[in-house]
Design a protein around this ligand. Structure first.
Ligand code: FAS
Ligand code: PHB
Length: 392
């Protein structure tokens, strides 16, 4: 079957869904192709922290009703170094900015609900984009398969929101692409546990045994992470070991972590990746299709939303007046922020994790970086502004 639309979007993650919703509110038609079933997309455990800019974009899309009711707004964050805790008062240090804890799964569910309530045809699930052609023309084509049948969509523009493993980035000719890749020698084991959080705010912990993070999803569900080896599997981490390491790494005088039933466990590799340019002809990449950051800085989802905002503004200008200036400058408009966020995510990651290859010198550097951050208000202000998404 053939279909024509204005913007063909590949990938129903946060980037693709938000772009589709923003375009629809602007009266610009789009079709969104997603190769996984709806349930799989809605239940994929990933990010949890939203910057104010992300909340603002979701509000512009009309997707914040539940977020306003259920999101947990945080004024501060706790950094722990071998059990010594230091609270960064985000609101004080940034002149009033905060972050919101609201799981990516819930953002995705809200956007899917919105899109399908407006049109059953808005999202095609189990529809895998297999090729993008005609990008050097004004009518590119997306080929896709769904339930064993082949289809095509022609459009004015293609938004490649298909994540790190999608086809969009691969469609840009290799000789025009430069990639930058850094793989860290450790991973995160993430769990969801049916227990009330043992802390009101997130705790990022440096410990000789390795990094740990205490986050949450609701007053009843805690989200926790421990650094593990890249060779580890879930079999290496029975519940008893997870709780023992979390107690040790997050622990401080007079505080214990509440333990309880773990109902989700995943191991996530840690990687920094950038692919330039983020566009080719009428194809524009947004989110993980163009870049990956280690989750220590809580930036992956927020960067995807920031790209989407830039792309939406550029498409709006083109449809309003035929002005292509913003679209032509899309990569440049995104890249400055992408590299600053890469630097922040790398800084937080290397300051807080145990690198198996590190020298005693490196351990002193980590301590010095941590102390410089917490002892100096100006340094604390800069880290706080970058954490909430102000200084990018
Ligand atoms: P996504 O990867 O979310 O979405 C891409 C979509 O495209 C997917 O649904 C995929 O199925 C679909 N797709 C791919 N190829 C396709 C094709 N050919 N045709 C059709 N559809 C196709 N970020 C944080 O800030 N904090 C975290 O704690 C955190 N944890 C993470 C854990 C894991 C395991 C992973 C992989 C990422 C994590 N991230 C985290 C980063 C994550 O949140 C991403 O930044 C975010 O999902 C990016 O959103 P999108 O760019 O929309 O890409
Ligand atoms: C989460 O809640 O999943 C989360 C929060 C902050 C991070 C990473 C993950 O830096």
């Amino acid at each position: 079957m053939h279909h024509h639309t204005q913007v063909g979007i590949i990938g129903a993650g946060p980037a693709g869904l938000l772009l589709s919703q923003l375009l629809t509110k602007k009266g610009i038609r789009s079709v969104l192709l997603e190769n996984r079933p709806r349930a799989r997309v809605e239940n994929r455990q990933r990010a949890g922290l939203l910057e104010q800019g992300t909340v603002d974009r979701l509000r512009q899309a009309g997707a914040t009703d539940r977020l306003d009711r259920e999101g947990l707004v945080h004024d501060g964050v706790i950094l722990s170094f071998n059990g010594q805790r230091h609270r960064l008062d985000l609101a004080d240090l940034t002149g009033g900015s905060r972050v919101t804890i609201y799981a990516q799964t819930e953002v995705v569910k809200d956007l899917i609900q919105l899109r399908l309530s407006e049109s059953e045809e808005a999202i095609r699930f189990e529809a895998e984009a297999t090729a993008i052609t005609g990008l050097d023309t004004d009518r590119p084509t997306i080929e896709y398969t769904q339930h064993g049948e082949s289809h095509t969509i022609t459009c004015d523009f293609v938004a490649g929101c298909d994540g790190f493993h999608g086809i969009s980035r691969q469609t840009i000719p290799a000789h025009l692409t430069t990639t930058y890749d850094k793989i860290y020698p450790y991973c995160w084991l993430g769990i969801l546990a049916k227990i009330p959080p043992s802390t009101q705010e997130l705790i990022y912990a440096y410990h000789a045994n390795g990094f740990a993070l205490h986050s949450m999803r609701s007053p009843e569900v805690s989200r926790l992470y421990v650094q593990c080896a890249p060779t580890d599997t879930l079999d290496d981490w029975p519940d008893e070991r997870i709780w023992a390491e979390l107690q040790l790494r997050l622990g401080t005088q007079g505080w214990t972590l509440t333990e309880g039933p773990i109902f989700e466990k995943t191991i996530t590799p840690m990687r920094s990746f950038v692919s330039e340019p983020m566009q080719f002809g009428r194809l524009f990449l947004a989110g993980d299709s163009a870049h990956i950051v280690p989750p220590t800085g809580a930036k992956g989802l927020n960067m995807a939303v920031a790209d989407t905002g830039v792309l939406f503004e550029g498409l709006s200008a083109w449809y309003d007046s035929g002005d292509r200036t913003q679209l032509d400058a899309y990569t440049d408009a995104c890249m400055r922020r992408v590299w600053r966020v890469q630097e922040f995510s790398n800084f937080m990651t290397e300051m807080l994790h145990q690198n198996p290859d590190k020298l005693p010198f490196d351990a002193h550097l980590q301590a010095a970086r941590f102390n410089a951050l917490v002892d100096n208000r100006t340094a604390s202000q800069l880290v706080a502004k970058r954490y909430v998404g102000l200084a990018h």
